[in-house]
Write a protein of this length. Sequence first.
Length: 302
Amino acid sequence: MRADWNRLPIVVRGSRWRGLRATAGLALAMAGLGGAMASVPGAAPLFTLWLALVGLSAALGAWIATAPTRLELSPAGLAEQRLFGTRRWTWAEIYDFRPAVVGLSNHTVGFSFTAPARAPLQRLGAAVTGLEAALTPGWELDAPSLAGLLNTARDRWLATAEPAPRPVRAHLLPGFAGARTGLMSYWLSVAGLMALTAGFASLGWLLAAALLAPFWVRVYAGRLHDLGRSGWWQALAWGFGGLLAGALIARAAPPAATADAVSAVWTFFTLAIGLAPGRADANRYGPAPGQLSPVAMAEAFR
């Protein structure tokens, strides 16, 4: 897509295929969850909840496919039409558009506000994710191209925008939404996942592992990227843990002993990459968490 600056507004449409992909992905995840619950005694209430989630996921996917999102760029600002309403900003209110990964693999565009967030939860969210806000994932443009288009539009039309409510500030956020995960984001994520693991463990540690493994993979990959290592290095820990569990099960070890041994492997790995200092400079996975982007540095001196 090429922007036609003489034809306003510039419209970027959401992808209809996103709804179908989301529906297919959720269907596979729900099928795996249903199979795991079927082997757990007394899981009938959870199975009912699972059926409800399947229906909700199918309805949401169909809705996204038939009513895609829409972005409108104009001299007045940015408007994002979503499933549940429209968000609007003037160009003086937002800046520093950059590609981001939200959740496990949702590539989108994040941005910051020129006025600092006041609510404590907003400040905590910004510190953990590195994003004060983000667009809905799934556009006809890839995230880097869309971020470039939005930054160009803002530079072009900022002079005609309404004055910002406060002077633009420089942002220094650790960040989790990008390719590298800082220490604070890592440990907050680990604490949350451990709490979830303990909650699901009452249904069986195999079920807990199946449900939360994708989230652990995401957290470990971001932390390894901050250390300058590929996320595939965690495959060593996954493989060793699997081999150890298989060996103990083959020797008829008690399930509790098997679970404790595998937990020891993961505890060591979690501590090892969580205590190692990340690289202070940019690497092949992007700038260091907390390092200002070129757009943010230019904005600070505008």
